[in-house]
Design a protein around this ligand. Sequence first.
Ligand SMILES: [Zn+2]
Ligand SMILES: [Zn+2]
Length: 238
Amino acid sequence: MLGAIINLFYPALCRVCSKKINEFDRNICDDCVKKIKERLPPFCVKCGRQLKGSPELITTCPDCKKDELYFDRAWSACCYDELLKDLIHDFKYKKITSLSTDFTALIIGFMKKYNVGKDAQMILSIPMHPNRLFKREINHADILARALGRKLGISYSRNTLKKTKDTPLQSKLKREARIKNLYSSFSLKDTSIVRNKNILLVDDLFTTGSTVNECSRLLKNSGAKYVEVITLARGDSA
Ligand SMILES: [Zn+2]
Ligand SMILES: [Zn+2]
């Protein structure tokens, strides 16, 4: 109610096209949301990579045939193209945290379509090492997971996963080095929390998948039953 009144006097403007938005809790107008490209099947049934072929195709991609993967399935909702890249940058570095509402709507739309997380009992997010959190001030994955948990009515266990080793930024490393860099860099506050649980693991981006895979390795080794990964975006347009 209060938000609606404030919006009457100080209308929200779309971050992309600067047009007025009627909903006070949104940052992107309907027309610009439509410009964000949804990822379309067929997806690799393991890592969620977009494959070429008929949408009904059920197969894994070549990478998943050679890598050891610990998550049961990974999904990414949108294509990581220029528009979304800018918005994610605003979210992470300009700290426009209210974008989580717009991002969550995109993720939930995708999840409903493909039945993602339908048996999830708990949401976890990719943690940040305290040193990096101190510098960045916000953990974007945490904000996204919290908003998602609230909307889906699934409990979000915020401090269960911890980053205990302060490793160099993944984006500066090659694939092999990424895997080595992350090895044993996460820990769990209490393994009993995840035992026999269906877990939905949340992050903003899926790049090589080594971060979510290392977290999944820890979760599975600690007795988690099923680990499904959902990210807002992935840059792998087929
Ligand atoms: Zn717009
Ligand atoms: Zn794959």
